[in-house]
Design a binder for this molecule. Structure first.
Ligand code: COA
Length: 166
């Protein structure tokens, strides 16, 4: 696929404009026999939160191109409340890197833990499923600027094997 269209006009879009916070209660149907949240269910929630963020930034349908850095730091238990935070770290040509962090909360004790983090790459597509250019994102805070810089380094590593194949 090579045909790409440019956005009609470039909007000033900050990270905050497309941030997403999504909350889920871990129910029995979400867990394995040990009462821990299924990894696949968590990945689904992360994909959805990240997709909403990418689509909010680009105003396009976005497809998942890659997932990396997915680490399950700690198990999440039945009955815990899961908060997923997703934000676009950087927009490139037609793709965006979205960072997602997952916090699990035990509502009986009030304890919170960072259970999971990942970087997902989404590509904005048009009605013919062709990649389409997205607006750049403007990082404002020091943390957003750090993520913006690191996103470029991760992209280089991510795309290196693909370039070797071509
Ligand atoms: C993602 C997809 C649209 C890319 O199409 P393509 O023909 O490879 O397009 P291009 O080579 O022009 O690349 C388009 C963008 O995708 C990025 N890309 C492609 N493959 C990638 C990968 N494996 N990881 C990260 N980015 C990738 C390119 O870097 C480029 O981004 P840029 O414009 O910001 O530089 C296409 O591979 C696709 O439709 N994949 C299936 C998506 C899907 O079904 N997802 C659901 C998950 S099951």
């Amino acid at each position: 696929m090579t045909k790409k269209t440019r956005p009609i006009r470039t909007k000033r879009r900050t990270v905050r404009d497309s941030q997403v916070e999504m909350t889920q209660l871990v129910l029995p149907n979400d867990t394995n026999q040990l009462g821990n949240l299924l990894g696949g269910r968590l990945m689904e929630w992360m994909d959805i939160a990240a997709a909403i963020s990418a689509q909010r930034h680009s105003n396009r349908v976005c497809v998942t191109a890659a997932v990396d850095g997915l680490v399950f730091h700690q198990p999440i238990r039945l009955g815990e409340v899961v908060t997923l935070r997703a934000s676009v770290n950087r927009a490139f040509g037609t793709s965006m890197e979205v960072g997602v962090s997952v916090i699990a909360e035990n509502q009986l004790t009030g304890a919170r833990k960072t259970a999971n983090t990942a970087y997902l790459t989404f590509v904005a597509v048009d009605d013919h499923l062709l990649p389409v250019a997205v607006d750049p994102i403007i990082p404002l805070t020091p943390e957003q600027k750090r993520r913006f810089g690191e996103a470029l380094r991760r992209r280089t590593l991510r795309l290196r094997p693909l370039r070797r194949e071509k």
